[in-house]
Design a protein around this ligand. Structure first.
Ligand SMILES: [Zn+2]
Length: 287
């Protein structure tokens, strides 16, 4: 009976304080930087998208990311019991949507995805029954204040939890890599403009090579279009993933980034731009 009362009280508290996630200034900073880096030309749309889940959709019950394995108990919060990450799921959903869109609609969708993605990174969205008014809210407000004042190099701590500007820079780099991949994937899907000039160049090369070699099977392998079309040499299928777990670095090949992310929806991704593929770094607690 007492337990039921406590649960009811918690439920009421949740209704009174809708847990939104990072401050809107934080989300807007993230979106604005993304727009600048990609020269998106849709600053208003991406910024609108970046706060839409809180402001318009109000689906704040989906802005969390739980992994019991990466949680340590504390007096300030409870660890989740089940592993689920609707926030990352929503981010993937909106990134997929973005791939099918064009113009500023695409950047609005990317902005929305960035909101869910960044909320999943917030510590207080990875734990339950936390002290909202003394821990969760002041933590996010302090961070938002730093972004509002355009400060860098800071660290904010509340209830034994700290976050630094450098964390946001790292998260930003991760998400920028994801967006770059999404934009590349969009380019591969049949868009009329880029496909036509590319197709004209390899066509004559293919016809000339088999003429010189009489064997029918070998030239097929020699003709791999990598030499002729430099733009199309980075398909998503040849990526190798570096999976780090407990400081041991394992390397495994996976056919597709997406299939991997489906297995580990909450992996902390780090895309290394200087590699032909990219790396995914699992957070140490995930086996
Ligand atoms: Zn949110």
């Amino acid at each position: 009976m007492k337990r039921e009362f406590v649960l009811l009280k918690l439920l009421l508290l949740l209704l009174i304080f809708p847990v939104q996630g990072w401050d809107w200034d934080t989300h807007r900073w993230f979106a604005e930087r993304l727009c600048n880096d990609f020269s998106c030309g849709c600053i208003q749309e991406i910024k609108d998208g970046s706060i839409a889940p809180d402001k318009d959709f109000r689906d704040t019950g989906l802005h969390h990311c739980y992994d019991p394995l990466s949680c340590t108990e504390s007096g300030y919060w409870d660890c989740p019991t089940a592993r689920k990450c609707p926030s990352m799921d929503k981010a993937s959903e909106w990134l997929e949507k973005a791939k099918t869109m064009s113009g500023c609609g695409k950047w609005y969708a990317i902005g929305v995805a960035s909101h869910y993605w960044l909320d999943a990174k917030c510590f207080w969205h990875q734990v339950q029954n936390e002290d909202y008014s003394s821990c969760h809210k002041p933590f996010e407000d302090k961070v938002g204040d730093r972004f509002y004042k355009k400060q860098t190099g800071w660290t904010v701590c509340q209830c034994d939890v700290c976050v630094s500007y450098s964390d946001f820079e790292q998260w930003y780099a991760e998400f920028r890599g994801i967006v770059a991949e999404a934009l590349k994937a969009t380019a591969i899907t049949p868009t009329p403009t880029p496909s036509t000039p590319v197709k004209t160049t390899p066509a004559p090369v293919i016809t000339t090579t088999p003429d010189t070699t009489p064997v029918s099977t070998t030239p097929v392998y020699n003709q791999t279009p990598s030499m002729t079309t430099p733009v199309k040499t980075t398909p998503t299928c040849n990526h190798s993933f570096h999976v780090s777990h407990s400081k041991d670095h394992h390397r495994l090949s996976a056919p597709l980034e997406r299939s991997f992310l489906e297995y580990f929806p909450r992996v902390q991704t780090r895309f290394l731009q200087d590699l032909p593929g990219f790396s995914l770094c699992l957070s140490p607690a995930i086996p």
